[in-house]
Design a protein around this ligand. Structure first.
Ligand code: FMN
Length: 246
């Protein structure tokens, strides 16, 4: 006899089994394809990736050094470090035939996520919430729908993870961007792809000697409410905190 949670999982797997008939031929929906600037928002450009000089790192060492770190120093992070982390988690590496290929894979190259960051300590950036615009490699400032950026600490089971971080990542999924093409199967891809993004963040942080912690234990309703998203057409899928190592 399956427990309730076992049953929920089985039902999810059953209802998202691969079926060719689910592949759609509909037009891509007109929802924001990925972070797009609203008319009243000012673009905050990030340091260009090809102009950032980083110390060379042995790739295998970065993979070996990947680990979760939950306590951070009070030191500020540099904007160029933030620029690299955003690029290697959701940045665009190539535009071809109307598609945007990024530093992470995505089924159908559809990239169904939005990236917001909570900034506590980054040189040259006011604390607050920002959204990343991958096509511009820039940020825009965002207002909280309720409370302020510090309210976001309390959505986590361990509030220190966000309050002590220099920055925290909030990834939200816009399912319509995936479902129009892959039908129910697309739901699986959302969760798989969130994992790709966070793993890239871990490896990039290892290469830059930054601490990072993936966060799955957060209050969904609270975070969606603070961000002003409905939890249905867009919902928070994953978080991570980052900071200088103590
Ligand atoms: C999906 C997922 C969710 C996680 N959620 C949390 C979390 O909410 N809080 C936390 O402190 N660590 C969280 N972690 C980090 C794990 O606890 C950590 O990866 C684990 O202890 C293994 O340590 P390592 O990453 O150093 O190998 C999460 C990791 C994953 C992959």
């Amino acid at each position: 006899m399956l427990s309730d949670s076992g049953w929920t999982g089985r039902k999810f797997l059953q209802e998202t089994l691969y079926r060719d008939s689910h592949i759609k031929v509909e037009e891509e929906p007109k929802t924001r394809v990925c972070g797009v600037c609203e008319p009243n928002q000012t673009l905050i450009p990030l340091p260009e990736i090809n102009k950032i000089a980083v110390d060379p790192v042995i790739f295998w060492d970065a993979l070996d050094d990947r680990q979760t770190i939950r306590t951070y120093s009070d030191e500020e992070m540099h904007k160029w470090e933030l620029s690299l982390l955003l690029h290697y988690t959701q940045g665009v590496r190539e535009k071809k035939n109307g598609s945007h290929f990024r530093t992470v894979p995505s089924a159908g190259a559809l990239h169904p996520f939005e990236t917001r960051i909570i900034v506590n300590r980054v040189s040259g950036l006011e604390p607050g919430i920002y959204r990343y615009l991958p096509l511009d490699h820039a940020l825009v400032h965002e207002e909280c729908h309720s409370g302020d950026h510090q309210s976001l600490c309390h959505v986590c089971k361990n509030p220190n993870l966000i309050s002590s971080s220099a920055i925290s990542f909030i990834w939200t999924a816009v399912p319509e961007r995936m479902i129009w093409k892959f039908g129910p199967r697309g739901w699986r891809y959302l969760f798989i792809e969130a994992g790709h993004i966070c793993q890239n963040l871990y490896v990039a942080c290892a290469a830059l000697s930054l601490g990072v912690c993936a966060i799955g234990s957060y209050n969904d309703d609270d975070i969606n409410c603070i961000l002003g998203i409905d939890g249905d057409s867009e919902f928070c899928i994953y978080l991570a905190s980052v900071g200088k190592i103590k």
